[in-house]
Write a protein that binds this ligand. Structure first.
Ligand SMILES: C[S@@+](CC[C@H](N)C(=O)[O-])C[C@H]1O[C@@H](n2cnc3c(N)ncnc32)[C@H](O)[C@@H]1O
Length: 277
């Protein structure tokens, strides 16, 4: 077998050129500048075989983030494995809103329910070093990934395992609760398409119509929020009105939604009524 030259692989048209380059940088462990300077070098056969293996997985549809093992979120590099949802740029509006909510609170207590890779909790903890951030997940495998990310990024986050508020130690009161829970309906055909095929089912769908977990989180929040504390939730493109309804019904005030980068109402939240009202 002849050893391929780097530039012959870079000319491969089966994948977008950017993806070919990212996979090659990954298997070589070299940056882009090195690739440009060595494009006529023969490739080590072991490296060529590693590239071919990744190429086959990518051509079968596996997300780039799982092949590379990481994804950027809020300017930080998070390790991701098939045990966790790949953090989405749309979720950054949830983190930005969370930070606005606690901007005037010294040492805020923050809870992230369903933390996955830890993207939300860790981004908040890094932006607010004085915050006491707790993050939960029902998946022990996801929590292991999240804890590794917190360690690598030097974020201080307390991780707890269990289903929604069942994971939260009694007596904890929070200034802010955030969550990006599973909100895809179990019969949504998108679950069997694109990247979603490779992500954990339990991270995507509530196993019902899409509003089950959102409803549980809204219903339990009042028992865990301090008076005047906030709850903000990510939801589907067509769920904003329903989630605002859940929040208002549960007694939240200042209920509103915010749009994501595509102009879609992506998150909704409100403030828990103040003491004495
Ligand atoms: C949509 S993913 C969000 C992951 C991460 N927060 C993010 O935004 O990238 C939903 C997360 O909720 C977790 N989850 C699902 N059911 C749960 C439950 N009953 N209690 C706690 N976490 C749950 C999943 O394991 C998954 O990590």
């Amino acid at each position: 077998m002849t050893t391929p030259l780097l530039n012959s692989l870079l000319a491969d048209t089966r994948l977008p050129r950017l993806e070919v380059r990212m996979l090659l940088e990954h298997v070589l462990g070299k940056p882009r500048a090195w690739l440009l300077a060595h494009d006529t070098d023969p490739l080590d056969p072991a490296v060529a075989a590693a590239y071919e293996a990744l190429l086959a997985r990518r051509l079968a549809g596996e997300p780039m983030a799982y092949l590379l093992g990481h994804r950027e979120f809020m300017g930080h590099r998070f390790r991701v494995t098939p045990d966790v949802l790949i953090p989405r740029p749309d979720t950054e509006v949830l983190v930005e809103t969370a930070l606005e909510c606690v901007a005037g609170v010294a040492g805020p207590a923050v809870l992230d329910l369903g933390t996955g890779s830890g993207a939300i909790a860790i981004s908040i903890a890094l932006a607010r070093r004085d915050a006491r951030v707790m993050a939960s997940d029902v998946s022990a495998a996801a929590l292991a990934v999240a804890a590794g990310n917190a360690w690598d990024l030097t974020a201080s986050v307390r991780f707890v395992e269990g289903s929604w508020y069942g994971a939260v130690p009694a007596g904890e009161g929070f200034d802010l609760i955030v969550s990006n829970p599973p909100y895809v309906a179990s019969d949504d055909p998108h679950l069997d398409q694109g990247d979603l095929r490779f992500e954990p089912r339990g991270a995507l769908t509530d196993g019902a119509g899409g509003l089950e977990d959102l409803g549980r989180i809204v219903a339990g929040a009042g028992r865990h929020l301090k008076p005047g504390g906030s709850l903000w939730l990510e939801h589907g493109w067509d769920q904003a009105q329903a989630v605002r309804g859940l929040l208002a019904e549960a007694g939240f005030e200042e209920v509103r939604s915010r749009q994501d980068l595509a102009g879609i109402e992506r998150i909704s939240g409100g403030r828990w009524r103040s003491a004495g009202r």
